[in-house]
Design a protein around this ligand. Sequence first.
Ligand SMILES: Cc1cc2nc3c(=O)[nH]c(=O)nc-3n(C[C@H](O)[C@H](O)[C@H](O)COP(=O)(O)O)c2cc1C
Length: 303
Amino acid sequence: MANLAVNIAGVELKNPVITASGCCGFGREFLDFYPLSALGGISLKGTTLNPREGNPPHRIAEAPAGMLNSVGLQNPGVQVLLEKDLPWLKEQNTVLIANLAGSSPEEYRAVTEAVEGSDIDMIELNISCPNVKAGGIGFGTDCDLAGGVIREVRAATTKPLIVKLTPNVTDITAIAKVAEAEGADAVSLINTITAMRIDINTRRPILHNNTGGLSGPAVFPVAVRMVWQAANAVKIPVIGLGGISTWQDGIEMMMAGARAIQVGAALFTNPMAPVEIVEGMNAWLDKQGIKDINDIVGTVKPW
Ligand SMILES: Cc1cc2nc3c(=O)[nH]c(=O)nc-3n(C[C@H](O)[C@H](O)[C@H](O)COP(=O)(O)O)c2cc1C
């Protein structure tokens, strides 16, 4: 058996497979399938300082090889995570990643301060949210806004900080470099791609929010491209996600430069996907005679 352990910002994951935020709640849903200890880590549902009800329905639409969602960060607020879920989660023997969000740099800072003294192992900063004070521009689509919020959070925590990048930009390397310069320990990408479906009979968008985020296998080639570009632009580790549903996808994403991977939308159709991916990667490494999964990271040979 090859070594499957990876190290992200000083935190050891027993394997490189993490479940992606928003697709696995706070973890309890998985107990019918496997213990959380089978996972390298779990990125918990996006959490804000105060509870959020999210957007009105419909919040999910289908797409070929994927789905759109406009859940709108529904979550019970950070205190519920800390008081109700974290005591249980910390017994599960997996790396716990808090996915944090806000609508102003001050709110990001406050939610970060709330988890600072807790048993959370790592913070993943979701900068795909709109900045209310800047007229709703996404933090993650503007280098100055992104830099400002990352600086604010970096000053508020000593925990390993992963910045989760949005793909809704022209040049992913620019934002990845900002994250690195502002002290992020790693970047993860991609979040969902802004998308839209229309019901041709009612002429109404299917999502009440009009637009939503596309995820699932449809986005995989975009994610591979962006991970490859980001991994070549920064020295900090890159965590790759977007459309991964098989072990072959996982290997491909790591060859593009990802040191670890996340599995999101695939969980809705196959909750076993993360475990199958770990097993499939392991068998492939053995067949190839590769002793350490870290040896495949970034090994794509561009033409
Ligand atoms: C229903 C749903 C909810 C999501 N909620 C969050 C969230 O709270 N925070 C976040 O950073 N990403 C969230 N995401 C994005 C995923 O974590 C992931 O970045 C994206 O879906 C691409 O990966 P995938 O194709 O494997 O799903 C959500 C995705 C879906 C489908």
